[in-house]
Ligand binder design. Structure first.
Ligand SMILES: N[C@@H](CCC(=O)N[C@@H](CS)C(=O)NCC(=O)O)C(=O)O
Length: 190
């Protein structure tokens, strides 16, 4: 089993953490280098990571990879509420990725422009709801949803993409899990 990704991607990190007590090869690629792009073009027309390879089966997209792994390891399905948590975490991750790519394209992401305003409005709603759910204990189990939340907030902090200071429950959640061996082993700063 090969997981292709990069050390900084929050979508890749959640799978690395979830898989941390299983046998798999992690292949770190730079998706913006010519070698990385050539490898992706051969196997994955979405040109996005993570990508998973199990024998002849290639799987794209972290959500689908997770479903594949659930089946392969016969682990319980996410509940509908956990699926919603994951959808919120994905929406926040996607908005932050769009802002990062715009910033790297030298666009002013604080400009009064519909696209940027929509992302920031969404991020505010999502972090408020996620903060509330952490307070309600809905992320108390260390499962795929809470691993994904950790990877999102740690990445937002690492990339300095969003000021999360106001979300005290999210901050406590982050501090609570920061020293876990699977988290330390996948730190994008390392
Ligand atoms: N829905 C995808 C999103 C993956 C994604 O956006 N990955 C980023 C890296 S964190 C990527 O490959 N970006 C390349 C690009 O947008 O060109 C998933 O869940 O796997």
């Amino acid at each position: 089993m090969n997981l292709y990704g990069s050390n900084t991607s929050p979508y890749v990190r959640r799978l690395r953490v979830w898989l941390s007590n299983r046998e798999f090869n992690y292949i770190n690629i730079d998706i913006f280098s010519s070698d990385g792009r050539a490898l992706l073009k051969k196997k994955n027309p979405t040109l996005k990571i993570p990508m998973f390879e199990d024998g002849n089966q290639i799987v794209f997209d972290s959500n689908v990879i997770y479903r594949y792994l659930e089946e392969k390891f016969d682990t319980p399905h996410l509940t509908w509420d956990e699926e919603n948590q994951l959808t919120m975490i994905n929406a926040a991750s996607d908005s932050l990725i769009q802002l990062l790519l715009c910033d790297r394209s030298n666009l002013d992401t604080h400009a009064d422009i519909m696209f940027f305003k929509l992302q920031r409005e969404r991020l505010h709603e999502l972090f408020e709801e996620l903060d509330k759910q952490v307070d309600q204990g809905l992320f108390n189990n260390w499962n795929y949803a809470s691993i994904s939340l950790y990877c999102l907030i740690d990445w937002a902090e690492f990339r300095k993409l969003y000021d999360l200071k106001a979300f005290s429950h999210i901050n406590s959640f982050h501090a609570q899990h920061a020293k876990r061996p699977d988290i330390v082993a996948t730190d994008p700063r390392a």
